[in-house]
Design a protein around this ligand. Structure first.
Ligand SMILES: Nc1ncnc2c1ncn2[C@@H]1O[C@H](COP(=O)(O)OP(=O)(O)OP(=O)(O)O)[C@@H](O)[C@H]1O
Length: 295
C-alpha cells in the first residue's frame, strides 16, 4: 500500500526546547492514524506543517506526493480539515456558516452536509456566537467531512463533545474508513483512538517516542483476575502456583494473565473460589509510561 501522507524528518524549533524535532510519520492509503500526546507535545505544530500553514525549519511533508507547503491550495481541494481552535464567523447562524463553507468549497451536492447535521443532531438555527463549545465542534466536524474528501486531518476532533456525540464521531470515522478514506487525527482520548485507529504515534516533548500497531497492542493487553479464595490456607497455596501475582490482600489475589486463558481457568477450578472479578488493561494504562516519567 502506498503512503498518502509523508512527514519526513520535520523540525520547527521555537527555542527553549519547544517545538517539534525530527518528526517522521507515514500514513498509508485507507489508514486511520492516531496522534497522541500530552498538552504542548507538538501535535498542533505537526498538523500545521502538514496543512502548509507553516514551513518546517528542516524536512518536508507531502500529501499524495505534493509538498504540503508549496502545494497547500491544490492539496486542500480534496482534503478535510478540522482545526484545534476553530475560527467562526460569529454573527452568522449555524446554517449560514455551513452554507458559506459549502459555497467556498464549491459543493453542489450538499447531501453529506445534511446527513451529518442529522447524525450529530445539530440545531443550526441559532447564531454561532451563542453556541456551546460542543455545538461549534459539531459544525467544525461537518465542515471537515461535507465535501466527502479522500484525506481528512483532524486536530482533537471530539474536544467539547459529550460521550453520546463522541460515540457518533467514532461511528463516522469507522464508516469513512470502510469507504477507504485516509484519516490522521490527534486526540487526548485513548478510547476513541483505540476504537478507530490502525496505528498510533505518540509524541512527547516534540519527539516521536513510539509508533504502535493497534492490533499488536490489543494482543499485548493483560487481563487481571481478582480471585477471592475461601480460606487463608487456600490462598497461601494459590500464591505458590506458577501464576503472575500482582498483589495479595488476605484472601483476595490479583493475577495478571496475558494471551491463553484456559490453563488459568483450569487452575482456578481446582480451588474453592468465593468471588471472581475481571479487569482488562486499558490502552491508557499501556500508554501512560510514555506520557509520564522516563520512557
Ligand atoms: N508560534 C509559536 N511560537 C512559540 N512557541 C510555540 C508556537 N506554537 C507552539 N509553540 C510551543 O510549542 C509546543 C508545542 O505546541 P503544540 O500546540 O503543537 O502542542 P499540542 O501537542 O498540540 O498541545 P495541546 O494538546 O495542548 O493542544 C508548546 O510548548 C507551545 O507552547
Amino acid at each position: 500500500m502506498s503512503n498518502i501522507i509523508e512527514i519526513k524528518n520535520i523540525s520547527k524549533d521555537y527555542g527553549n526546547s519547544k517545538g517539534i524535532f525530527n518528526v517522521n510519520i507515514s500514513v498509508k492509503k485507507g489508514e486511520v492514524f492516531g496522534f497522541l500526546g500530552p498538552n504542548g507535545a507538538g501535535k498542533t505544530t505537526t498538523i500545521r506543517n502538514l496543512m502548509g500553514f507553516t514551513r518546517p525549519d528542516e524536512g518536508h511533508c507531502s500529501i499524495n506526493g505534493l509538498d504540503c507547503y508549496h502545494n497547500a491550495e491544490k492539496i486542500q481541494e480534496n482534503l478535510g480539515y478540522l482545526a484545534g481552535e476553530i475560527v467562526f464567523l460569529e454573527d452568522l447562524t449555524g446554517k449560514q456558516m455551513l452554507e458559506f463553507i459549502a459555497s467556498m468549497k464549491g459543493i453542489k451536492d450538499k447531501s453529506k452536509m445534511y446527513e451529518l447535521m442529522e447524525l450529530f443532531e445539530l440545531d443550526p438555527k441559532g447564531k454561532v456566537k451563542k453556541m456551546s463549545k460542543g455545538m461549534k465542534q459539531k459544525i467544525g466536524i461537518i465542515c471537515a467531512f461535507m465535501n466527502d474528501p479522500e484525506v481528512i486531518i483532524l486536530d482533537e476532533p471530539t474536544s467539547g463533545l459529550d460521550p453520546l456525540m463522541q460515540n457518533k464521531f467514532v461511528d463516522l470515522i469507522l464508516e469513512e474508513k470502510k469507504k477507504g478514506k485516509t484519516i490522521f487525527m490527534s486526540s487526548h482520548i485513548f478510547e476513541e483512538i483505540e476504537k478507530t485507529c490502525d496505528r498510533t504515534a505518540i509524541i512527547k516533548d516534540g519527539k516521536i517516542v513510539a509508533v504502535e500497531d493497534m492490533e499488536d497492542l490489543r494482543a499485548k493487553k493483560s487481563k487481571f483476575y481478582i480471585v477471592t479464595l475461601s480460606s487463608i490456607e487456600e490462598t497461601d497455596r494459590f500464591v505458590k502456583e506458577n501464576v503472575n501475582i500482582i498483589e495479595r490482600d488476605n484472601r483476595k489475589v490479583k493475577v495478571g494473565v496475558r494471551g491463553e486463558v484456559l490453563p488459568f481457568i483450569e487452575l482456578l477450578s481446582s480451588y474453592k473460589v468465593k468471588d471472581l472479578d475481571i479487569q482488562t488493561q486499558t490502552l491508557e494504562e499501556l500508554f501512560l509510561h510514555f506520557y509520564g516519567g522516563e520512557k
